[in-house]
Design a protein around this ligand. Structure first.
Ligand code: UDP
Ligand code: MG
Length: 321
């Protein structure tokens, strides 16, 4: 029987939605106590905010809470890990602090876990991706490629919004990848997972931290930490190009020797040089990405650094190892 629910919410400059989010947490806490008889501990992670959101949260929060303040902005993925490191709950809920993740879906996911001992993780899956058709096709292609080479599947349109049993949360804290691609890590960890469909609410205030460039960088990160497929594809293209070049060379030599045809030169050479030169550069860049992953992992720096922790309920202070 689950007794304690930890709610982990990272925030980075969310002063605008802080008060509303605390309201959501309060309502969630009341509903969880009433429906499932569980206590709630709120574990907020301040990912280097500089707009005073931590102070706003500290003043507004009630009950059992803590705010883990990181020494600077480490990114949402690292902040989620910091939250997991500080959690000891029987169930752990991860949600955004910008009110895009609703209380109803959270309750539904918690209910699924409480009712089904067979399931360890319930994750929210975005049922309609806002944005263009082209973008959704790109996303689909991304998942197809990244899932084509491994023993576990990364579900489409599912992020950090999820509820898991304590054992899963503990297991996840053992994964200390520096370049964290949470969607991939959650899938990699395994366990019995179930999806609940949802449509995210619109932001309460402030702006999303995802630019188009960020998204592209994030996808490359996903690939290079979870897939060798891009390397294989490029190698294959290189091989094909080499074969084509070889065949063409044989044809040219044959024509010169037997028919005395002058070699038609410039255009074909230019095409070959530019094409292969481009492929070479692309491949080098790609290898560089993988080398960079290796480099950053081998430096063995911590994923995040804690500046201090504010407690709302001094009864329980945990220091992660
Ligand atoms: N966030 C964070 N660190 C960051 C960027 C974002 O902790 O470097 C938090 C942010 O405050 C929010 C959640 O992560 O609670 C999701 O961020 P955002 O709303 O920007 O992403 P989106 O909802 O657009 O995917
Ligand atoms: Mg958001």
């Amino acid at each position: 029987m689950a007794e304690r629910l930890d709610v982990i919410a990272p925030f980075f400059n969310e002063a605008e939605s802080a008060i509303a989010f605390v309201g959501l947490l309060d309502r969630l806490e009341a509903a969880v106590a009433e429906r499932f008889g569980m206590t709630v501990r709120k574990i907020l992670v301040d990912d280097g905010s500089h707009d005073g959101s931590a102070e706003t949260f500290a003043a507004a929060l009630s009950g059992s809470w803590e705010i883990v303040r990181l020494s600077r902005n480490f990114g949402k993925e690292a902040a989620v890990l910091a939250g997991l490191d500080h959690s000891r709950g029987d169930l752990v809920l991860i949600m955004d602090s910008d009110l895009q993740h609703s209380m109803d879906i959270s309750l539904k996911m918690i209910g699924e876990l409480v009712d089904n001992p067979e399931i360890d993780v319930v994750f929210a899956q975005n049922d309609r991706r806002e944005g263009s058709w082209r973008r959704s096709q790109l996303a689909r292609l991304f998942y197809k490629l990244i899932n084509s080479s491994q023993r576990f599947d990364i579900p489409e349109n599912a992020g950090d919004f999820r509820v898991m049993r304590g054992a899963v949360a503990r297991a996840l804290t053992r994964v200390r990848d520096k370049r964290r691609f949470n969607k991939g890590l959650f899938a990699w960890a395994g366990f019995r997972q179930k999806a609940v469909l949802y449509s995210p609410e619109s932001r309460a205030g402030g702006t999303s931290k995802w630019s188009r460039f960020n998204l592209i960088a994030f996808s490359i990160e996903g690939f290079t930490s979870f897939s060798v497929i891009p390397l294989r594809i490029i190698s294959l293209i290189g091989l094909l190009a080499a074969f084509a070049g070889l065949a063409y060379g044989v044809k040219v030599v044959f024509e010169v020797l037997f028919f005395g045809i002058a070699v038609p030169g410039y255009p074909s050479i230019m095409v070959a040089v530019v094409l292969l030169g481009g492929l070479n550069l692309a491949l080098l860049g790609l290898i560089g990405e993988y080398v960079w992953v290796t480099l950053s992992e081998s430096k063995d720096r911590p994923v995040y650094i804690v500046r201090d922790v504010l407690y709302g309920n001094a009864a329980e202070q945990v220091t992660p190892g």
